[in-house]
Design a protein around this ligand. Structure first.
Ligand SMILES: CC1(C)CO[C@@H](CC(=O)O)CN1
Length: 426
């Protein structure tokens, strides 16, 4: 008996500001193949994906949305897409997510970090397996509490994602009687902001900026002698590992930069679980990555794996595809999805409810959404020592617990404890 087809849309950027679709699309297709082989998921149906390249452009993403909505005929039957997998880039998710709710279309992103997307009024039907950038903040506050760091500054590049993350950090800080003494914004040149931090004798700084600006910040900090053991920098952890010695765009040497950045902490969302247990797909996270690596080597034979767009986020795309299929599988028990049309708010409410029930173990860890449609994940804390990043701890924001990694727990004797047990009462 020929299975009937259910359609979903897909948006995967292959070029642009963030070409996250390069690795995310193959990962999503792997999940789709595995799902369509499972008799217990959407029995009697074949889940088909109509995917497009958004080039990380909001305008193109919007035209693709209309194409998906109004190109009523997929394959041989008239059908509407039940949900949208993607977009990846925040600006595209902002445009598409705001419009999609008007068609009662659920949007499940695997790559958008903008805190603005947590607005449940604007993005009523938006979910994401990629946590918002604000998820770093509870981890930062936890460490400030731990070390009695009471007086903090935030150095912010003027971009929506960083400014809204800073606002969230300030709100959290107030609840934990941590004082955000200074907020310094900069657009392109951080020199003035850094001299202000120095004038205010700030010692603990949270840096919210992209990698290219990070190099500018630390070259200026080096030149103003605003670095060393009396300063504790908290940076974003997903820059390239050697970001500070790629000195092509700053006037400092790799030596200067290495001295300026030595000892800083980073926070990064964990996107591939360390667990060795089988996930919803039957594969362990390692088996998934090994299989993905061999596929990516074939697709991009000349590119080093880590430089393929969305390589780090690929587990989020794989798990998003599973989350989408499992939600539809639940809805199938309650309503006839073949009769779905975009005006059917009754069916939309069922699918929303079933998406909100998402709760399974995937390759990126436990997959669940909070009431704003945000993924909750663990956050890894690292420290740069002698130019190499060391994993210190993993923080579970949901439980508020820190898991110290191999011998890094602060026992008062280790180098990093005396070095950074700095109490900024000044
Ligand atoms: C960790 C990062 C690089 C943050 O930006 C995301 C892309 C975006 O939010 O536009 C992808 N993942």
């Amino acid at each position: 008996k020929q299975d009937k087809t259910l359609w979903i849309g897909g948006m995967f950027p292959q070029t642009g500001e963030w070409a996250g679709g390069e690795a995310a699309f193959p990962a999503a297709l792997k999940a789709l193949d595995q799902i369509n082989q499972r008799e217990d998921i959407l029995p009697g149906y074949y889940l088909n994906l109509s995917a497009y390249d958004t080039r990380c452009s909001p305008g193109l993403g919007t035209t693709i949305l209309y194409e998906l909505l109004y190109n009523k005929t997929f394959g041989s039957v008239n059908s509407s897409i039940l949900m949208l997998l993607g977009p990846a880039c925040s600006p595209v998710s902002t445009a598409v997510g705001e419009a999609a709710k008007m068609w009662n279309l659920i949007v499940l992103s695997y790559g958008s970090s903008s805190p603005a997307l947590s607005n449940r009024v604007r993005f009523r039907t938006f979910f994401r397996t990629h946590p918002p950038a604000t998820l770093h903040n509870p981890t930062r506050i936890k460490f400030f509490d731990l070390f009695g760091w009471k007086r903090i500054a935030i150095l912010i590049q003027t971009e929506e994602v960083w400014q809204s993350t800073a606002e969230h950090l300030e709100t959290l800080a107030r609840q934990h009687n941590v004082h955000i003494a200074v907020r310094q914004l900069f657009d392109n040149d951080p020199s003035h902001a850094i001299s202000n931090l120095k004038k205010d004798d700030i010692r603990i700084i949270v840096g919210l900026f992209y990698e290219e600006k990070a190099r500018k910040v630390f070259c200026k900090a080096y030149q103003q002698n605003y670095y060393g053991e009396s300063y504790v920098w908290w940076l974003i952890g997903w820059y390239a590992d050697n970001w500070f010695v790629k000195v092509h765009d700053v006037e400092c040497t790799a030596e200067d930069m290495s001295r300026a950045v030595e000892g800083h902490f980073t926070t990064e969302i964990q996107m591939l679980t360390d667990a060795t247990t089988k996930t919803i797909s039957g594969l362990t996270a390692q088996e998934f990555i090994t299989d993905l690596n061999s596929t990516l080597r074939q697709l991009f034979p000349t590119k080093p794996i880590e430089s393929i767009g969305g390589y780090v986020e690929a587990p989020l795309a794989y798990d998003a595809t599973w989350a989408l299929a499992l939600a539809l599988n639940r809805s199938l028990q309650r309503t006839n999805l073949e009769e779905w049309t975009y005006g059917n708010t009754y069916m939309k409410e069922i699918m929303m409810d079933d998406m909100e029930r998402t709760d399974f173990f995937g390759v990126s860890g436990s997959v669940k959404f909070d009431k704003l449609g945000n993924r909750m994940s663990k956050v890894v804390v690292e420290q740069l020592r002698n130019g190499l990043y060391h994993r210190l701890a993993r923080f579970d924001a949901e439980k508020g617990s820190i898991e110290w990694l191999s011998g890094e727990e602060p026992d008062g004797s280790r180098c990093w404890n005396y070095k950074y047990n700095y109490s900024s009462n000044n």
